[in-house]
Write a protein that binds this ligand. Structure first.
Ligand code: MRU
Length: 367
């Protein structure tokens, strides 16, 4: 994706060929700050403290973290230490474990003298594949937007609501939920995006930054506005991303997604979820009962981050001193509230049957 006409990915290698570079997403949309990761501990901090976030990007950075670990020390012992350290950074998005497992397995069967090059090759493969998967998601999702646009009178806008940031900042490029939106915009379809603010971490600001950079018309709304807009016919469809999708099609995504899905169902608004296959977790059936939901510091709930008129970055407290704050980072939307899953292989029902048909090679035989 482009910022001020320059193409970026959300993770890349520095000119030296081994230092990993990312944007500090905690500084966006106010400042485009590049951070260098030199060790696997740096990569772990970047994931845990959300300098990088979004399920696919977390996976890609974790894979690069393993490569950094092998540069530090390519022994069996360090391989295990790095894996154990990185896998604990965030609990909900399954892409993290998926990428680490893939890297770990390959490195385990590689002699320690070849582990550095192998780890970098796999991390690059994961990043490149993610770009390809997200591009395909865009092509499939575009068809849905085209169908909605075709039912409208000439010049009428297609209104799409999204929650959190599932754009290129959450992946390596393109995004999941935003990929079809970019393609629809590029195809000349008149679209407008309702961007949920997504408290407490305000990922809506990242989405607004991305959409603005790409020239897509959008409006940032308070998290509670979606139901009202749907009641008044102002939303044609919702598209969100997911951090983990279960074997029966439940989707876990940023806190508040479930409420949007309930409102969409009540107002007959189609609710789509876009995901690349590394986000599937077929070891889980019932998402509500089985997916670990990350709980982050209450400080993220009690404080708001922003920039002053003088350009100073500030955290501001918004609650009485000593207030106990709960900060549940994700929730699960049951499959029956989801109109369809947009994947790199096409669109399917959010159900065991739908997923089995699209992913027969990955779906367990015994389910
Ligand atoms: O806590 P975050 O910002 O990592 O949460 C991100 C989301 O919930 C995204 O919607 C999800 O990862 C899908 S991104 C393609």
């Amino acid at each position: 994706m482009k910022i001020n006409g320059i193409h970026y990915r959300s993770v890349w290698l520095a000119d030296d060929g081994y230092t990993v570079e990312i944007f500090d997403q905690t500084k966006l949309p106010f400042e485009l700050k590049v951070i260098q990761l030199n060790t696997f501990q740096d990569a772990a901090i970047a994931i845990k403290d959300m300098w990088v976030r979004g399920a696919p990007l977390i996976g890609a950075v974790a894979a690069y973290g393993m490569a950094l670990a092998m540069r530090q020390n390519s022994s069996n012992e360090n391989l295990q230490i790095a894996y154990d350290f990185l896998v604990k950074t965030r609990p909900t998005a399954i892409n993290l474990k998926w990428a680490l497992d893939r890297t770990y397995q390959a490195l385990k069967s590689t002699s320690s003298t070849h582990r550095v090059e192998t780890a970098y090759r796999i991390a690059k493969e994961i990043a490149d594949e993610d770009v390809e998967l997200c591009h395909k998601i865009g092509e499939h999702g575009l068809k849905i937007i085209q169908e909605i646009a075709a039912k409208k009178s000439a010049g009428e806008v297609v209104n799409i609501l999204t929650h959190c940031n599932a754009g290129w900042l959450a992946t390596v490029d393109w995004g999941t939920a935003l990929s079809p939106i970019y393609m629809a915009h590029d195809a000349g379809i008149k679209i407008h995006v309702w961007v949920d603010e997504t408290r407490p971490r305000n990922q809506g600001g990242l989405t607004a930054f991305e959409l603005g950079s790409h020239g897509v018309p959008h409006t940032l709304i308070a998290d509670n506005a979606g139901g009202h807009l749907m009641q008044h016919g102002e939303v044609d469809m919702c598209i969100v991303g997911t951090d983990r999708t279960t074997a029966r099609g439940d989707v876990c995504n940023k806190i508040g997604t479930y409420l949007k899905a309930l409102a969409a169902k009540a107002n007959q608004v189609p609710f789509y979820v876009a995901l690349p296959s590394p986000t599937l977790d077929f070891t889980v059936w019932d998402g509500v009962k089985e997916i670990p939901i990350e709980q982050r510091s209450g400080d993220e709930q009690s404080h708001v981050y922003g920039i002053t008129a003088e350009g100073k970055h500030h955290w501001v407290n918004t609650v009485p001193q000593g207030t106990v704050c709960g900060n549940y980072a994700f929730d699960v939307t049951p499959a029956e509230l989801v109109t369809g899953l947009i994947t790199e292989r096409g669109i399917c029902d959010a159900s065991a049957e739908g997923l089995r048909m699209l992913f027969p090679d990955l779906y367990p035989q015994n389910l």
